[in-house]
Ligand binder design. Structure first.
Ligand code: MLT
Length: 326
């Protein structure tokens, strides 16, 4: 009996030591970041921009694995089940890492218990977009039309619990209108259908909406920041013109499967902090309407606290806005 207990103790100690040793030499192979939406959307674009720079600073390749579906919860489940060895991470955001526990009764992961926060990305406001063929020149136009045609206006989004879904639900609830929502495996396929006029409207993050608006493929008719922003000239803030106090933005960040060595998390965070000293890069993000945060807000401990607070907050928001899986 004693030898068995000794062997078990030895094995546990040995695996802990090997994990510790590997953390000290980490990274020794390519790293994977799971993005739970189709390529080309705002989460994917933000992830690739950050991964490119973090990769250079940690000296290993970072590949983006797009795993779409169910508002990001399929990809998040895959990442939650990955080994905590420092080679698989999740690019998370408020949808599947904060609102999902309130929307999906059988969610296969817990954003707090199954993940360690690594670092927070900058935020992005959302832009209300319509096809260029749309007659609507403002949010008030769209709301007035929807009030006369209950259920007829269609909103594309990236799946239940995605920010494009959540913000649309908050918008329609606040405006008192009834629309039909159309889910996609990410904002990119939804954007394609918006450009083609197959859906009447969608909310998208500023970083991917801006080039589409600037190229004239879609029209921006409102923004969810508290005030208008220079990148979208002439586009009114919903809070100022149409829906008082309506403000929304998407926060993102990198998460590791629970138990990933702290050394690895700290190395990744430091590589990100170093990347943020590149003022050309941060200006490029700011020019896309991305909102840079204070250094403290990016840190693992602060991001972990933020995630926990957001899980609680979204329980209230989904109830008040009557947001459900349907
Ligand atoms: C969303 O939650 O709407 C996502 O940002 C969509 C995406 O990034 O494709």
């Amino acid at each position: 009996m004693k030898s068995t207990i000794f062997k078990l103790g030895f094995c546990i100690a040995a695996s802990a030591c090997s994990l510790l040793a590997s953390a000290q030499t980490w990274p020794t192979k390519t790293i994977t970041w799971v993005v739970p939406f189709a390529a080309g959307g705002p989460t994917d674009a933000m992830a690739r921009s950050i991964a490119d720079r973090v990769s250079k600073n940690v000296g290993q390749g970072i590949i983006i694995e797009n795993v779409g579906g169910a508002g990001g919860t399929i990809g998040a489940t895959k990442a939650a089940r990955a080994s905590p060895d420092g080679y698989t991470f999740l690019v998370g955001h408020l949808g599947y890492m904060a609102a999902a526990p309130s929307l999906y009764p059988k969610l296969a992961y817990d954003p707090i218990k199954d993940f360690d926060a690594v670092f927070r990305f900058p935020d992005t406001p959302m832009v209300l977009l319509v096809p260029t063929s749309s007659p609507h020149k403002s949010a008030a136009d769209l709301i007035a039309f929807a009030q006369k045609t209950p259920g007829r206006v269609t909103f594309g989004h990236a799946g239940v619990g995605s920010t494009s879904h959540l913000v649309a639900a908050m918008f329609t609830n606040k405006a008192g209108i009834d629309v039909t929502t159309v889910p996609y495996r990410g904002a990119a396929p939804a954007m394609n259908d918006l450009i083609g006029g197959m859906v009447d409207a969608m909310f998208d993050q500023t970083n991917t909406a801006l080039p589409q608006v600037q190229s004239g493929r879609v029209r921006a008719i409102a923004i969810t920041s508290q005030h208008p922003i220079a990148q979208f000239p002439g586009v009114a803030a919903l809070a100022e013109k149409t829906l008082p106090s309506f403000e929304a933005s998407t926060w993102y960040g990198l998460y590791a499967p629970k138990g990933t060595p702290t050394d690895v998390i700290n190395k990744l965070h430091q590589a990100y902090v170093k990347a943020l000293t590149d003022s050309a890069w941060t200006k490029q993000m700011a020019d896309q309407g991305v909102r840079l945060l204070s250094d403290g807000q990016y840190a693992p401990a602060e991001f972990s606290k933020h995630t926990a607070a957001e899980v609680a907050r979204w329980r209230q928001v989904t109830t008040e806005a009557k947001i459900t899986l349907e």
